[in-house]
Design a protein around this ligand. Structure first.
Ligand SMILES: [Zn+2]
Ligand SMILES: [Zn+2]
Length: 114
């Protein structure tokens, strides 16, 4: 039975009756194997300086050159200031807004939470 698949390498749709077939062409299959061998997969890392999560092909400690320089003391500046209102979960905000007698939307607007 013919199936329509999408090639994970080039994104092209193709039909095949072979169950094991994953790529549209031998070229794409080779490319996929190369990528796998090189481990060029985007992975999520968290920056050791600012704590932001970022995607990188390679294992990296910092999200940017800037963060790396700060962390190594090349540039002196205080760490990114944390917001006064810490990140709240939706249910926490819902609870707080109820306590304050405001609607959720008003509360968020008032305290500029988002
Ligand atoms: Zn392809
Ligand atoms: Zn960073």
């Amino acid at each position: 039975m013919k199936r329509t698949l999408q090639c994970p390498v080039c994104g092209k749709e193709f039909t095949t009756d072979q169950n094991a077939k994953k790529y549209c062409s031998a070229r794409c299959r080779r490319k996929a194997n190369q990528l796998k061998a090189r481990k060029d997969v985007l992975q999520e890392y968290s920056c050791a300086w600012c704590g932001d999560t970022f995607l990188s092909m390679r294992r990296k400690k910092y999200c940017s050159k800037e963060c790396r320089l700060y962390a190594n003391g090349r540039i002196t500046r205080r760490k990114k200031v944390q917001p006064i209102i810490p990140a709240l979960s939706l249910s926490q905000v819902a609870l707080l807004s109820r306590e304050a007698g405001l609607s959720y939307g008003k509360y968020v607007q008032k305290f500029q939470l988002s």
